[in-house]
Design a protein around this ligand. Structure first.
Ligand code: GLC
Length: 614
């Protein structure tokens, strides 16, 4: 046995029994399990030497992705730089944004006009021709690695495109392939599912099934009708999807985002979300990664309420995902913006701060998707707020129609039956930059920029990895041009999926411009975050009452180092009090200050570090 073989065998031995146990529990199929193990070895053998070396390094340093200098940026390859080769040329720009973990939005082959932004994959082993090739991807990964940048990509495992080879064969009536999806020749079972399964896209893609007249069957389509749900009860589906996962990992990916993971197991009579079998599958995936490519981090996309999210970390002994999106905090942050009431956000943060420090969250203000108003309504109810009325207020506020908001944006998937709707816009537009520019109002613009920076400072204060949405670093605005594109016009998420504006990016060094103010302001904050050990993942974090419901107060402490962040979600200046009587310095300008009684300007913030020995 070679040294490399030994490494593999050792890892396999470590996980074999648990992996087999879970596999047999789900599939009771020894032959398929044997095939899986055989293939793990094949993918391990195919893995490049340099990646194996990185794996071994990261095994020694399993917290490599939790360092306080980790900072993500998510971008669409075409919007940002045309194609993969273009991204290679822009790595210095990304470095100037302090981004060292790049999430490339879906880029695998998917049919034009039926792609759901690339989340309908027709071939897991082919890059969209207009973006480049698999070789380009691997080349980009090694270029990134040389600069200490990690790459993240999506693994869309809940469904395939209707153009995927399996779907094409299934549509021709091939039973073997039909069994990889959910096919029904009449509406009995689909009808029963519809009674308990909510809708993801109630307006743009109502229902969870699609009728295929050419073969007289319904097929399950939780998302768009052209995204066919895979049937993970079939071990062939699980095995093949794991091979695809490993194939992609072997191109040099550092982070794999498991798309829509709560949906992957379906059971009649349930809501088909977060079922126990989903956790079995994610746990198996984690072990498979630890056997073949332990340098790879799993990022779960779990857009659910907090009680449903944390279980995807698994347990400390039996971990599932390494990282999860801090989605409720994100939605609650925008709720705080619209209400100027930080109480719910404080409660949300207290829940997160109680979780084990091993859990790593990805913190963000905006991403490529809409903002769903997934708030803690039972709590809001005790404060006299009704869910439907409150959502209506939020959507009105962010369209600039109510509550004195200067935000601009569009509704998403407005459900005319329930009155529900989600919201789409860029950070800068939501902070009022767009309306200030429209009104040519310098003073409003200054305030909007300050607000934008305050929200970013707050995200940078949270434990975990801050993830910026490309364009936010220069305050990019909503892009309404998608209205004229027939393939996109029904999906308002495109309002915040515009082309990156390189002309405006040229202003990023000019501090008299809007772009320069945001870019420069962010850089300064990011550099403070990198420098100060209070931002370490294992710091103690708690919230405090600062005496005003509009002001959120977060304290971080690491050893003798302590800092307090005060974030004013109101447009009015606020005077607040923090109990600690010591002397502090303002991390932005090094000036001394006391938190006993301090004014935080409207929509502004203070990062104060305790200056004396404790
Ligand atoms: C995820 C993606 C979203 C997509 C959906 C279906 O939620 O973030 O953009 O529509 O999965 O794949």
């Amino acid at each position: 046995m070679t040294v490399q073989d030994e490494v593999f065998e050792k890892r396999l031995q470590h996980h074999h029994d648990e992996l087999r146990w879970l596999y047999m529990e789900l599939y009771n199929n020894g032959a398929m399990f044997a095939e899986l193990v055989e293939q793990l070895k094949v993918y391990y053998k195919q893995r490049k030497r340099s990646l194996k070396a990185l794996d071994q390094k990261r095994e020694q340093e399993p917290d490599w992705f939790k360092k306080r200098d980790m900072q993500g940026m998510m971008l669409y390859i075409d919007n940002f730089a045309g194609n993969l080769k273009g991204v290679m040329k822009k790595l210095s720009y990304l470095e100037s944004c302090n981004a060292n973990c790049i999430h490339l939005m879906p880029f695998l082959d998917s049919p034009e006009g039926r792609s759901d932004g690339g989340y309908a994959v027709a071939d897991f082993r082919k890059v969209k021709p207009e973006l480049g090739t698999m070789e380009d991807l691997a080349e980009l990964a090694s270029k990134c690695h040389r600069r200490g940048i990690s790459l993240c990509m999506d693994f869309v495992m809940n469904h395939t495109s209707e153009d995927h080879e399996w779907a094409v064969k299934a549509r021709q009536g091939d039973g073997e392939y039909m069994s990889r999806y959910f096919f029904y020749d009449n509406y009995d079972i689909p009808g029963q599912f519809e009674k308990t399964v909510p809708q993801v896209f109630p307006t743009t893609a109502p229902g969870n099934f699609t009728w295929l007249p050419e073969i007289g069957h319904y097929v399950m389509t939780t998302f768009y009708p052209y995204q066919w749900d895979l049937n993970y009860r079939n071990p062939r589906v699980f095995n093949e999807m794991m091979y695809n996962f490993l194939y992609l990992a072997n191109q040099g990916m550092d982070v794999i985002r498991i798309d829509a993971v709560p949906y992957i197991w379906k059971q009649l009579g349930t809501d088909c979300r977060n079922l126990p079998q989903v956790h079995t599958i994610v746990r198996m995936m984690r072990m498979i990664a630890e056997i073949v490519c332990p340098g790879v981090v799993l990022l779960g996309e779990v857009v659910m309420e907090p009680q449903k999210v944390a279980p995807y970390f698994g347990t400390v002994e039996k971990p599932e995902c390494h990282m999860l999106y801090n989605v409720t905090t994100m939605a609650t942050t925008w709720n705080t913006v619209a209400t100027r009431d930080a109480r719910l956000l404080k409660m949300q943060m207290d829940i997160i701060n109680e979780l084990p420090k091993e859990y790593t969250f990805l913190n963000y203000l905006r991403c490529h998707d809409d903002i769903g108003w997934g708030l803690d309504y039972p709590v809001l109810k005790t404060w006299g707020m009704d869910e439907v009325a409150h959502k209506r207020y939020l959507n009105n506020y962010f369209r600039g129609l109510e509550g004195g908001g200067e935000s601009r944006g569009e509704l998403y998937n407005e459900d005319l039956v329930t009155g529900d709707a989600r919201f789409c816009a860029t950070t800068a537009s939501m902070c009022g930059v767009e309306s200030a520019l429209d009104q040519n109002d310098e003073e409003k613009l200054e305030r909007a920029i300050r607000f934008d920076l305050m929200l970013h400072a707050y995200v940078l204060t949270l434990s975990g990895i801050p993830m910026l949405y490309s364009g936010d670093e220069i305050g990019q605005l909503n892009d309404y041009s998608y209205h004229d594109d027939a393939a996109k016009s029904v999906d308002s998420r495109y309002v915040h999926r515009g082309k990156f504006n390189w002309d405006l990016a040229k202003n990023s060094k000019d501090s008299t411009t809007c772009q320069g103010k945001i870019f420069g302001g962010l850089r300064e904050l990011e550099e403070i975050r990198r420098r100060e050990s209070v931002f370490d993942a294992d710091a103690q974090v708690w919230t405090e009452d600062a005496g005003d419901i509009s002001v959120l107060c977060i304290t971080r402490q690491k050893g003798a180092e302590k800092m307090t962040g005060l974030f004013n979600f109101s447009e009015n200046d606020k005077t607040v009090w923090v109990s600690d009587s010591g002397e502090y310095i303002d991390l932005q300008n090094e000036k001394k200050l006391s938190l006993r009684e301090i004014v935080v300007s409207g929509h502004d913030f203070i990062w104060a570090k305790k200056s004396e020995e404790m």
